[in-house]
Design a protein around this ligand. Structure first.
Ligand SMILES: *[C@@H]1O[C@H](CO)[C@@H](O)[C@H](O)[C@H]1NC(C)=O
Ligand SMILES: *[C@@H]1O[C@H](CO)[C@@H](O)[C@H](O)[C@H]1NC(C)=O
Length: 329
């Protein structure tokens, strides 16, 4: 979720207003059973068969973790920080590796997790930074372009959905602080339709866009979506989103990353006093961080912008969002 994250504080009020606008509640759900049916099709391939790129990975030595993973583990309570495994995952289509954080209680192996991410075409994948996986009930969210999964999420539709929130921001109108799904153009398109992808898509325009994006990804990588379900009842939103999203979801064998998001603002930090941290560079120098008696520097708590709204949405996606995706374990 979170169309908002890169935006300045001043815009949050405006965006909060936008987010209150309702997708027409009278819309029928084109996929009442949820979009996970697009992952595996009877007698055919589905999104889970999207082509991936080869990759290799190396695990970081125990002791340091990226600050965003530290904050998620400690502040959000997702994982005992000493149980975090951190990997550099290098895909053949990008010289810059992605950093993956995996809690040891995650049901996804790093191979399975990185493999799912590797099926996201690099043209789109490059707009994600950290990928994390924790144990728990199936859910996922995107926050500040970092994508977090809980539980045994194997369905490619979830990976596409979360990355679509990042793309939503990418395709905001020039000089605008909103995301594409927050524009009048998208709202008017949705209003001109009589159905929405599924019930979850009706919870907000951002979710509507992300679910529509999953359908577009199917259309351009697997086969005509209209052979699965007649999309004419949502043609306006589909076409509005499709003009940006069709080219980016198209698998391109010779694709390479061109605009890879930097992870540099999340330095390596020490896991804590039990961790064998090497010299000072891995410690966070921050005037408001606390020092322990031995002089360890602690990771500063992630700044709380006007984060109440962000946090509310983040939880909402996590708790409510994945019903349609919950996978039979
Ligand atoms: C998973 O869902 C069940 C049923 O809703 C709930 O009782 C349990 O607390 C949840 N587990 C976690 C880790 O959130
Ligand atoms: C889809 O539905 C529309 C409107 O009911 C209809 O005109 C069109 O022929 C249908 N398309 C297919 C492929 O069934």
């Amino acid at each position: 979720m979170l169309p908002i994250e890169l935006v300045q504080v001043a815009s949050l009020l405006v965006l909060a207003g936008v987010s209150l606008a309702q997708v027409p509640p009278g819309h029928a759900a084109l996929f009442p059973e949820g979009l996970s049916v697009l992952n595996t099709r009877p007698r055919s391939i589905g999104l889970n068969n999207m082509q991936g790129v080869p990759f290799g990975f190396t695990q970081w030595a125990f002791g340091t973790v990226p600050q965003v993973c530290y904050n998620a583990a400690v502040d959000d309570g997702y994982c005992n920080v000493y149980d975090l495994e951190v990997y550099d995952v290098e895909y053949d289509d990008c010289a810059v590796p992605w950093t993956f954080c995996r809690c040891s209680d995650s049901p996804l192996s790093i191979e399975a997790f990185a493999g799912r991410v590797g099926r996201l075409p690099v043209a789109a994948r490059q707009y994600a930074r950290f990928f994390s996986s924790y144990g728990g009930n199936s859910s996922a969210f995107s926050f500040r372009n970092d994508i977090t999964f809980f539980g045994p999420i194997e369905g490619q539709s979830v990976y596409i959905h979360e990355l679509s929130h990042n793309l939503d921001r990418l395709y905001s109108p020039p000089d605008s602080l909103t995301s594409f799904s927050g524009t009048d153009e998208y709202a008017n398109a949705v209003a001109a339709d009589s159905c929405s992808p599924d019930d979850y898509a009706k919870t907000s325009y951002a979710e509507h866009y992300a679910q529509t994006s999953v359908m577009i990804a199917y259309d351009v990588t697997v086969g005509p979506i209209d052979s699965v379900r007649n999309t004419s009842c949502m043609a306006n939103a589909f076409n509005a989103a499709r003009k940006h999203l069709a080219p980016i979801w198209q698998f391109n064998e010779v694709g390479t990353c061109t605009s890879r998001l930097s992870e540099d603002d999340s330095p390596r930090v020490c896991m804590g006093p039990e961790a064998p941290c090497p010299g000072d560079p891995v410690r966070v120098a921050s005037s408001d961080s606390e020092s322990d008696p031995e002089g360890f520097r602690w990771a500063p708590v992630v700044e709380s912008v006007d984060d109440e709204e962000l946090e509310r949405k983040r939880r909402a996606e996590r708790e409510a969002g994945m019903r349609g995706y919950a996978e039979i374990a």
